[in-house]
Design a protein around this ligand. Structure first.
Ligand code: BES
Ligand code: ZN
Ligand code: ZN
Length: 493
């Protein structure tokens, strides 16, 4: 879908060419491009300011029917996200027009310290992700995604730049897969169906897949996971996906919260807060899609994805507030609130992966708390870790991909809030304050001293508004982040 070519604009017939323009500096060497940009900048309505755009037809000197000039703003302010945004918005505007073919002119100069490879990568990401539509449930599929998006580079650079497309396509395909899973409604995404969908995709990609079904979960005493699943008509599962390479010297375990619908259970949520709870499996979607991406990119380290999948429902069989359950690790837990279910399925998955695989790093990703959204808003994830280097790597990875992460504290003394009069621990804090921290502290008791980080994505996993390169709904937050992260961990000594 993404191609890199070095076509001569004077000779090649092109339907639509998008040209990013910097406000205060020329970023192209190509003579014909420089000439048409000069024309556009000669117009009163276009100065190359950020998001300013003008479309011109049949310009002399090139064989392009339509040229969309897109302002990037001042050079010193341009970063990867400016480029993704520009490309995403351009593709979105073209989806309406359905051009015969769309090309992007890739700036030949370094942009604010970014090499051409980084510039191309960011543009391709924005374009690919902006081209994703979720219309599975629409009868009238009016919009059509573009079949191919071309990137025009200098002839001298084409060979070196071409391999970038494959990696970008793999990671963005992972991101759109996660988005689709999240957008599917819970009636089409029962734990059984979601499990089957993950297994099918993972097997197709050559991952080693293992599923623990309800019978095995009972046999192996996954008490916390089973307690959450108890109220639902659907049966839970624990899916393990493995990417392994011979001679790998590191193993990373990724755990993703897979609640296909969170009604709250007997502590039922009220109308508004239940509305988007089909997205409560966003952590699972991100982890499964990351493993599928890894199977394509084949990094030299072992990555294990562990995905507990349940539905949290009220019923005559549901777990009650006050019930005491026993987790896989053997600790007893008093259920203070059945809506604090994510942490219960996560701890059983974490205890299991630590025992079975002894990973060097354990990272969980979950739409865990409303409190994290209160703290950081809807676009930033909370990162909790005792491991300075791991936390720093996650935050740096998020900076790179613009999946923003903010480090949160794990104060030892707050653990007191989790005390239960009757069991080893409660699943909720005794006050309503610091809910995201308390949830993370609860998880921290089940890491068995493995270097661990928890990423609370309750805010950024889902959006009711579209943005430059994502439609309304699941954002796929986490796939690019985790991919960037394991690349960093693989490269570290
Ligand atoms: N799935 C929710 C968290 C959530 C909230 C995700 C908003 C996305 C958007 C989680 O299971 C939950 O209900 N948490 C409770 C915990 C409380 C009962 C201690 C919460 O945050 O209110
Ligand atoms: Zn809940
Ligand atoms: Zn939940």
């Amino acid at each position: 879908m993404l191609t890199v070519k070095s076509s001569d604009l004077k000779k090649t017939k092109i339907d639509t060419l998008a040209v990013p323009v910097c406000e205060d500096k020329n970023i192209y060497d190509d003579v014909s491009l420089k000439a048409v940009i000069k024309k556009a900048l000669g117009l009163k309505e276009f100065n190359g300011k950020k998001d300013e755009t003008v479309t011109l037809y049949d310009l002399p000197g090139i064989k392009t029917r339509r040229v969309i000039f897109w302002g990037l703003g001042k050079l010193e302010k341009i970063d990867r996200e400016t480029l993704r945004t520009m490309a995403g918005k351009t593709v979105k505007s073209c989806i309406q027009k359905e051009p015969a073919d769309l090309w992007f002119a890739v700036p030949e100069a370094k942009i604010n310290g970014l090499e051409t490879s980084a510039v191309l990568k960011a543009m391709q990401e924005g374009a690919y992700l902006g081209n994703h539509l979720f219309d599975k449930y629409k009868g009238d599929k009016k919009k059509k995604a573009l079949k191919k998006i071309n990137f025009r580079v200098a002839a001298s650079a084409a060979k070196k730049l071409r391999p970038i497309s494959d990696r970008v396509a793999a990671v963005c395909e992972g991101t759109t897969l996660a988005r689709e899973w999240i957008n599917i409604p819970s009636n089409d995404k029962t734990p059984e169906k979601f499990t089957r969908s993950i297994v099918k995709r993972a097997k197709k990609q050559g991952l080693k897949v293992r599923v623990l079904n309800e019978t095995l979960l009972k046999q192996k005493k996954f008490g916390a996971l089973l307690a959450v699943a108890a109220g639902s008509q659907s049966k839970p599962s624990l899916v393990t996906l493995e990417h392994r390479v011979p001679g790998a010297n590191k193993t990373i375990a990724l755990v993703g919260k897979g609640v296909t619908f969170d009604s709250g259970g007997l502590n039922i949520k009220t109308g508004n807060s239940m509305a988007a709870m089909k997205s409560d499996m966003s952590g699972a979607a991100a982890v499964a899609a990351t493993l599928i991406t890894a199977a394509k990119i084949k990094p030299k380290l072992n990555i294990i994805g562990i995905i507990p999948i349940v539905e949290n429902m009220p019923s005559g069989k549901a777990t009650r507030p006050g019930d005491i359950i026993r987790s896989f690790a053997g600790k007893t837990i008093e259920i203070g609130n059945t809506d604090a279910e994510g942490r219960l399925i996560l701890i059983d998955a974490m205890s299991y992966v630590v025992k079975k695989y002894k990973p060097h790093f354990l990272i969980d990703m979950a739409t865990l708390t409303g409190a994290c959204v209160v703290a950081l808003g809807e676009k930033i994830a909370g990162v909790f870790s005792h491991d300075e280097d791991l936390a720093a790597s996650i935050i740096a990875a998020g900076k790179r991909t613009h999946e923003r992460c903010w480090r949160m504290p794990l104060p030892e003394d707050y653990k007191e809030l989790l005390k239960s009069d009757f069991a080893d621990t409660s699943n909720i804090g005794s006050t309503r304050w610091g809910g995201a921290i308390v949830a993370a502290l609860f998880l921290s008791e089940f890491t068995a001293d493995t270097p661990w980080a928890h990423i609370d994505i309750a805010g950024p996993a889902y959006s009711t508004k579209e943005n430059a390169y994502c439609g309304a709904g699941g954002t796929g937050f986490g796939v690019r982040l985790l991919t960037e992260l394991w690349e960093r961990l693989a490269a570290a000594p």
